[in-house]
Write a protein that binds this ligand. Structure first.
Ligand code: PMP
Length: 310
């Protein structure tokens, strides 16, 4: 069975889901997207999509900012995604990529008087950063783009040039990930992750006014840390040097899950190893996303009507 995508309002083989070279979104970065993880639970023979509705709520907000008319309701988007994942039948972790985009085949920079369309594809997807060893990070020489340039709270494809510049600079300099600062020099986020520090037993993370994408993983951690460990999260501006002296640090994201940060700018964070609170949060998070924690099953959408056994 070929891989399937949802494209042009129907399910088609992935190899046939193609856009023309004049597509507006390809020329000008005028598209909004999401990244959703499907987490394979081998004991249950089930694939769980994590916080599916929340991702589709966010894409609707992104589309509102970018004046993209996403004609499907959140319910419909969830429904067609579940069908797509079920029909693809993967038995491993996957990444689901929905995208709403300016589909007109026309030249001219603008948002108005253009057609919009939507697609979703699915691809196998393992760990993004090393969750065991943790990440070695640097402060990027690139600054995080400001809300008055391209709003980072909207997950816009064109915005990701900023992340790509930072990620490749970090990688070329021998680091795993970049941490970007805002225009006024406060910590914003990683190239594709939110960032948390732990200081004096409290979680601290930049607030949405520091030009972050308000991560769904970030929200999960804030809620879980409070309800499971009684740890409060403070959302406030963080100085660069606060990172260096934090007790622990980690990054969160759909791709990165919970990735410990062990080093920043050649300074160990804490003991330079995965922190103890980080480890506890990480373990709980991995159970939750795989549908192994009954308390959080509302966040997990099962996709296979009958269990898949290998
Ligand atoms: N910031 C950026 C720039 C991202 O691309 C992502 C990944 N979507 C995140 C933060 C984390 O967001 P989420 O937890 O919703 O995946």
């Amino acid at each position: 069975m070929p891989d399937l995508a949802f494209f042009n309002k129907q399910f088609v083989p992935l190899s046939e889901a193609k856009v023309g070279i004049m597509t507006h979104a390809l020329n000008y970065g005028t598209a909004c997207f999401e990244g959703i993880r499907g987490n394979w639970n081998s004991e249950q023979g089930q694939m769980y999509l994590f916080r599916l509705r929340d991702h589709y709520q966010r894409i609707h907000k992104s589309c509102h900012i970018l004046k993209i008319n996403l004609s499907y309701s959140i319910d419909k988007l969830c429904e067609l995604t579940v069908e797509l994942v079920e029909r693809n039948g993967y038995r491993e972790d996957i990444y689901v990529r929905p995208m709403a985009y300016k589909s007109s085949q026309t030249v001219g920079v603008r948002l108005h008087n253009l057609e919009d369309d939507f697609f979703v594809f699915v691809t196998p997807f393992g760990p993004y950063l090393d969750p065991e060893k943790g990440a070695r990070c640097c402060i990027s020489s690139w600054r995080r783009i400001d809300d008055n340039m391209i709003p980072p709270r909207a997950k816009v494809t064109g915005l990701y040039v900023n992340s790509a510049l930072a990620k490749t600079e970090a990688w070329e300099n021998g680091y795993d990930e970049a941490i970007l600062l805002t225009q006024d020099g406060h910590v914003s986020e990683g190239s594709g992750e939110n960032i948390f520090i732990i200081s004096d037993g409290k979680l601290v993370t930049p607030s949405s006014s520091d030009n972050i994408l308000k991560g769904i993983t970030r929200d999960t951690i804030i809620k879980m840390a409070k309800s499971e460990f009684g740890i409060d999260t403070i959302e406030r501006p963080i100085d660069r040097s606060e990172l260096y002296i934090a007790d622990e640090c980690f990054m969160t994201g759909t791709a990165a899950n919970v990735t410990p940060v062990t080093e920043i700018d050649h300074r160990n964070i804490g003991h330079g190893k995965v922190g103890t609170i980080t480890k506890k949060i990480q373990q709980l998070y991995y159970d939750i996303i795989r549908g192994k924690n009954p308390k959080y099953l509302d966040w997990c959408t099962p996709t296979y009507r009958s269990k898949l056994v290998s």
